[in-house]
Design a protein around this ligand. Sequence first.
Ligand code: NAD
Length: 252
Amino acid sequence: MALKSEGRFYGRVSIVTGASQGIGEVIARQLAREGSAVMLVDVQEEKLNSVRKEIVDSGGQAQSFVADVSLLAEAQRVCDEVVAQFGRIDHLINNAGITRDSLLLRLKEEDWDAVLAVNLKGVFNFCKAAIRTMINQRSGRIVNISSVVGLMGNAGQTNYAASKAGVIGFTKALAREVANRGITVNCVAPGYIMTAMTERLPEEVKKAFLELIPMKRFGSPEDVAAAVLFLLSDEASYITGQVINVNGGMYM
Ligand code: NAD
């Protein structure tokens, strides 16, 4: 592994939500490999701690925070602890997300509420809790993980599509609010990425998705992480309020 001090994110402090598996885990590992101190947030304590241990064992800097992103008080607690320890928050990656799929006819109110609470309110909560610190330091990068489904819709996912479209609107509004404070706010919208979230879909649904993808293959968490790390890099300093699609051409 490269020395931490050689990484392009050396000295920076990153918060990654939903970091115990899937896309968030890969983003966190790559940020740590490139020198950032990584604050791992998730509700799955055991998995979170094993990701933290592996990062630390391979020479990276990481801490874990068991917190539910849907609760503002928990987001505030995490950000306050990070600021108390490090004095800054450079990167916030809002990645935690859930699905509760069902056709609207059968969709339960609790499944609407749960998906909106994690996927959309979770983004509000962590941005709200971190933004004052970023404004005071006059720098910061926020990357929110949306979805291709927020752009094109998907039968059986009215709740998920609404939450992910909401994330895009939120991102553009906040980008305008803080653009003159040295803070960028962008979205990455993954297409079909191979993780636990998509693994549980029935084979025929996977096949139907593949038909929609011009590249005829599913994406990997690494494909998504590469776009996120680009948006956090110095090279992306003039990019804000944008949605980068990582979807093999599924939606253009
Ligand atoms: P995943 O289910 O593997 O990981 C999601 C993580 O979020 C899990 O570790 C989970 O414990 C955590 N989480 C869930 N609720 C939480 C809460 N209330 N508080 C804190 N953490 C919580 O899913 P993934 O595929 O890695 O998805 C990551 C993000 O990418 C999600 O926002 C998802 O909607 C989005 N996305 C995924 C795909 C895909 O094809 N996999 C496509 C588009 C968008």
